[in-house]
Design a protein around this ligand. Structure first.
Ligand code: 13P
Ligand code: SF4
Length: 325
């Protein structure tokens, strides 16, 4: 039976796999949540595709029994923290995030102890353990507003992304202490190449994710989360955009604005593309198998769930109050 199953999967076409996934979703009352950086075939069959903020919000709202999360580990972990009673499964348990991994629990604990009078605002791209040490979470979609919800004189540690933290400091005039972490996909986007593209495409606007280096953000006409960039390209009157982020978002940009041109910024010589290798570990076949066998499952201890939930709920409450969601 096992071999039969294996052969069956191997010889299935993409469209057959998609049909089977949709049937499993219905039969098991499951919801499929996918990040914009997923392959286009997964985005096309998801119940909700969005950025980290939208995904967290949808994870709270869902009435389904099973959450199938196609993204990276910290995102599925967030869904589990918000729904401890539900089964949360992922296509590939090894799909991690270089940024979350740049902030190990023990090192961060020592770092935090150096600043006892500071609160901790953590970017959602961190492990559940870091969330337990945080006062409030933010995403790239609400980071500035979350920081500004605290008085100017409030001392703040911002972790783990120093590029996003530096961007918020410049935008808000704050002086947050930054953890020295970066996303390996955004941090290597090539400034020289961006300038060349701008010279060759004078009419194009540069849009960038705030995980990019300050030198890239300084050149940008618009900086925002994946959802914010998508919205910007939909309603802005320009016809051409140079896009400084992960490639997966182009699928939705082209779907929403088929008449517009999108040019992705290449990375430097250390990487041939700006695909997030971790996000792209999720394939249709792995998605099908995880739904068929209902594993691998995200498991977190009750103690961590209790502590990590508070700063996430606080973020969602502030976002609701400010009408960001
Ligand atoms: P968003 O908040 O835009 O979804 O960013 C998540 C992410 O991982 C970007 O690299
Ligand atoms: Fe993490 Fe960067 Fe991949 Fe986003 S793009 S999931 S921050 S490694």
């Amino acid at each position: 039976m096992k071999n039969k199953e294996k052969n069956f999967v191997n010889f299935d076409s993409k469209s057959q796999l998609k049909e089977k996934i949709l049937k499993l979703k219905k039969d098991n009352n499951a919801v499929l949540l996918a990040h914009y950086y997923q392959i286009s075939e997964i985005q096309d069959i998801a119940d909700y595709v969005g950025d980290s903020l939208g995904l967290a919000q949808n994870a709270v709202k869902t009435k389904s029994d099973i959450i199938v999360f196609s993204g990276v580990h910290f995102m599925a972990e967030t869904a589990k923290i918000l729904n401890p009673e539900k089964l949360v499964i992922v296509p590939d348990l090894d799909a991690g995030c270089s940024l979350a991994e740049s902030c190990p629990e023990d090192d961060f604990k020592k770092f935090k102890e150096k600043y006892p009078d500071h609160i901790v605002i953590s970017y959602i791209n961190c492990t559940a353990a870091i969330k337990t040490m945080s006062d409030v979470i933010c995403t790239s979609g609400n980071a500035i507003q979350i920081v500004e919800s605290f008085p100017k004189e409030q001392k703040i540690i911002f972790a783990p992304d120093k590029n996003l933290g530096g961007y918020i400091n410049r935008k808000t005039g704050r002086n947050m202490i930054l953890w020295n972490g970066t996303c390996e996909v955004h941090n290597i986007l090539n400034t020289e190449e961006i300038i060349n593209l701008k010279i060759k495409n004078k009419e194009a606007k540069l849009i960038a994710h705030p995980e990019c280096k300050a030198t890239v953000l300084e050149l940008a006409d618009f900086v925002g989360s994946t959802s914010a960039m998508l919205k910007f390209t939909k309603f802005d009157d320009s016809k051409k955009y140079i896009v400084a982020t992960e490639t997966g978002i182009l699928h939705q940009m082209r779907k929403e604005s088929p008449e517009k041109e999108f040019i992705i910024v290449p990375s430097d010589e250390t990487c041939s593309c700006n695909d997030c290798f971790e996000m792209k570990k999720n394939t249709l076949k792995k998605l099908y198998l995880c739904m068929k066998y209902k594993k691998p499952e995200i498991l977190i201890s009750n103690d961590i769930i209790e502590k990590a939930k508070k700063p996430i709920i606080r973020m969602l409450d502030i976002s609701r109050k400010l009408k960001l969601i």
